[in-house]
Design a protein around this ligand. Structure first.
Ligand code: BG6
Ligand code: MG
Length: 226
């Protein structure tokens, strides 16, 4: 078993409570186009880039638009989303996120962001945690969308670590798949049923620590070695 030296975090739905704002904004757009999207369909939108999310939503509604119109629709959704995060502060950090980040820093381990969002820097700054990240890989730097592992592979590279030396925290099915396919240890954050492909799942980050995560991983390997 490798010593875990790097911690890679998805942003929306893992560190900050913004997944609901993405869902609300996409839902508003769908409603304006004359249809609705369900929470179940929204699970497939998590972790996916803005452009691909729009394609998926339009396929649900069975509507097609020109590329130019699609750019406008994506901008419209983003304007509502940005409006909903405009007054964001540290109260939107999800339970346990700040404590875990502090614990990782205190132990001199490395932290990267691995998010599809192009709004990530704005969010990290407004919640006051920007300086805790050694690397920020987000939708402004990637060319592939989760479930492709690119975002996490770039994160590991930026931390100068191998995937096997890093864990990935993810709240999306696509993100867990990306982490698994990239050779990372995947920790699902959320529902055990939804994220059943993760190496293990935590309901949220509260009460967890580097020590507890290391123990969980070592238990996992002991079972595998039997
Ligand atoms: C991901 C979210 O983190 O970022 C998706 O889970 C979102 O819902 C994607 O579509 C892109 O975000 P943004 O902020 O660039 O529109
Ligand atoms: Mg997410």
């Amino acid at each position: 078993m490798n010593k875990i030296k790097g911690y890679i975090f998805d942003l929306d739905g893992v560190i900050v409570d913004t997944a609901k704002y993405h869902y609300n904004s996409w839902r508003t757009l769908a409603n304006k186009l004359g249809f609705d999207i369900t929470e179940e369909q929204n699970e497939n939108l998590k972790g996916v880039s803005r452009k691909e999310s729009l394609e998926y939503i339009l396929s649900i509604g069975g509507i097609s638009f020109s590329d130019k119109e699609k750019i406008k629709l994506a901008e419209l959704k983003n304007s509502w989303y940005v409006e909903s995060i405009s007054n964001m502060n540290d109260s939107e950090l999800l339970p346990g996120a700040l404590n875990l980040l502090k614990d990782i820093k205190a132990q001199k381990l490395r932290i990267s962001l691995g998010s599809a969002s192009k709004n990530s820097v704005r969010i990290l700054k407004s919640t006051g945690i920007y300086d805790m990240f050694d690397a920020i890989i987000d939708g402004t730097k990637t060319t592939e969308s989760k479930p492709h592992p690119q975002v996490f592979l770039m994160g590991a590279e930026a931390l100068k670590l191998q995937p096997e030396e890093c864990v990935v925290f993810e709240d999306s099915i696509n993100g867990v798949k990306a982490a698994n396919d990239g050779g990372f240890i995947s920790i699902g954050v959320g529902s055990e049923t939804t994220l059943n492909h993760a190496n293990f799942v935590l309901p949220d980050l509260s009460g967890t620590s580097v020590k507890k995560i290391e123990k969980r991983i070592s238990n996992m390997y002991q079972i595998l070695d039997k």
